[in-house]
Ligand binder design. Sequence first.
Ligand SMILES: NC(=O)c1ccc[n+]([C@@H]2O[C@H](COP(=O)([O-])OP(=O)(O)OC[C@H]3O[C@@H](n4cnc5c(N)ncnc54)[C@H](OP(=O)(O)O)[C@@H]3O)[C@@H](O)[C@H]2O)c1
Length: 277
Amino acid sequence: MKLNILVTGCSTGIGKHCALRLKEEGHHVIATARLLEDVEKLRAEGFTAFQLDLDSSESIQTAVQQTLEYTQGRVDALFNNGAYGQPGAVEDLTRNALRDQFETNLFGTIELTNRIIPVMRRQGYGRIVMNSSVLGFVALKYRGAYNASKFALEGITDTYRLELKGSGVEISLIEPGPIESDFRKNALAKFKANINTEQSAHRSTYEGVLARLEDGDPKSGAFTLPPEAVYQALKKALESSRPRARYYVTTPTYLFGVLKRLLPTRWLDAILSRSSG
Ligand SMILES: NC(=O)c1ccc[n+]([C@@H]2O[C@H](COP(=O)([O-])OP(=O)(O)OC[C@H]3O[C@@H](n4cnc5c(N)ncnc54)[C@H](OP(=O)(O)O)[C@@H]3O)[C@@H](O)[C@H]2O)c1
């Protein structure tokens, strides 16, 4: 079945790859991006593309309107992919940096989803897929803002699932570990913009973190997979007659999924502490 699929965050990484693969499969992809220049690039590549900045209610509203005009009112699937990571110790996060993280990763995503759900309820059919993270269910040092936003996304998605029961609208989470993309480059920019390293109790650790982020090689992690791994999970969430609540992607997700269930918190903390980098 050919679906009308709205995807956020298609400028780079997972969103771009999944939009391409969905288009190859013959689906009608509505690829969205935060910046107009990326929308233009997507159009030049043959996509139906609209600007959608998750930080702006107006932008979300306009993009939904444009999508509904293009699809004549039908949206079969929504892939909530757009997000970023704000690194830094929790005690070094300003209220604004934390708020910005939630504006994009949670509030914008939920506002968009809430605009699409009535369309799907009317159809009696829809698939919503949230791109969460392994950091949506285990915490790492210096990822507190991102952890919090993805834990919140997981919680609210669990609530959606209960509330959507019987509507024909299915909602799933994808929980990737490390994936090749521009994520680390973008996180580094957010770190530099928002964290005052000079004044921090974590100053010496930051020097190590900066060196790792500035290494810039997206394939450097031992367990890092290409974005195709996320696409394969997305495909299952879209095509399965009974989509799962959660799709694990990468070895660290499977590993921490098991460890979280088995280990006492102190033991899990010891392992996570060593994994934090
Ligand atoms: N890469 C990983 O290791 C990994 C692991 C687990 C989960 N994830 C999740 O995968 C998703 C995609 O990330 P990625 O790895 O592909 O990183 P990426 O290459 O940095 O892509 C992130 C996308 O989100 C977009 N975005 C950021 N802020 C936005 C906003 N305000 N409005 C609309 N779009 C916005 C970015 O647009 P701009 O280019 O305009 O900033 C970009 O298109 C995210 O939800 C991320 O949390 C990634």
